[in-house]
Design a protein around this ligand. Sequence first.
Ligand code: NDP
Length: 320
Amino acid sequence: MRAVVVTRSGGPEVLEVRDQPAPEVGPGRLLVDVEAVGVNYRDIYEREGRYGPSPPFVAGVEGAGTVAAVGADVSDFGAGDRVAWVAAPGSYAEQVAVDAARAVPVPEGVSSELAAAALLQGMTAHYLATSTYRVRPDDEVVIHAAAGGVGLLLTQIVKLRGGRVIATTSNEEKAALARRAGADEVIGYDGFAERVRELTGGAGAAVVYDGVGKATFDESLTALRPRGTLVLFGAASGPVPPFDPMRLEGHGSLFLTRPSLRHYTAERSDLLERAYEVFGWIAERRLDVLIGGRYPLDQARRGQEDLAARKTTGKLLLLP
Ligand code: NDP
């Protein structure tokens, strides 16, 4: 089978399409024919060697497809079932082995493409808005990179919860998408903290969801109201340098958290509840998933390049 291998740590050029043996279906695992692969920012961090396995390894963790075979001790799934997953290393491939305990059944009414496009970023947006900081009606909420994969979903979920969204994007096309997702105000990154103050009558935001990191972190702190919450959930512009906690006091007894999806889906019940709620919203057309780009598997390199170059909106998929 074909798979995209990270041959060493580095830029997009280290990705190579190779013929590999199909993965083993060990106990507790499913062998899945992959129909759609999710491209995520973490795939870039792993390729660069910021974290994750040591090369060589097959890239990717997310996708959806049909179970081809099940290993010993698997009772919940059988051949022919449609499943999706967010934590199966080696997902940039025609077949992948998925831990049955981490597989999510895909309901009728949700295509495999939509499942792969929505699961990781949808559950992320879900836990950010419902658990990390529970958005309440009329909360003033800043969402950075609101036209991105997580951003568009988070904007819609915050609106479902009654929050008021002030979104940042880098260009007009992205601003239009953020507005269509429900953002009440869309602004650029330059001087955004001051704009947030103006737009909140001087008060500041209750919460800033910041997946951009290095470039926005300092201003995100100043955009908050006293006792507001900065949710730093990613580092698309680079990691935030070391930080003196006294700055939280200086800006008004702020809260800072750096959450991760794996801790919010650690129990199988959490994984399934979040996934079903996201899939349910999609099936009921309350949550719109924008697939911003589809690439053949052997163009994974181009997909990652486009994502890192800020050229994309919504979710990118690879199609084996
Ligand atoms: P996006 O589709 O949001 O792409 C990243 C966006 O970030 C770009 O489109 C761009 O939007 C913005 N951006 C701002 N500055 C830069 C920069 N210097 N370089 C590149 N992009 C920049 O990606 P994802 O939806 O996949 O991920 C968004 C963030 O969420 C990432 O940081 C990711 O790591 C994080 N994440 C965290 C999870 C968690 O559980 N903690 C889980 C999933 C994702 P614009 O041009 O409008 O600025």
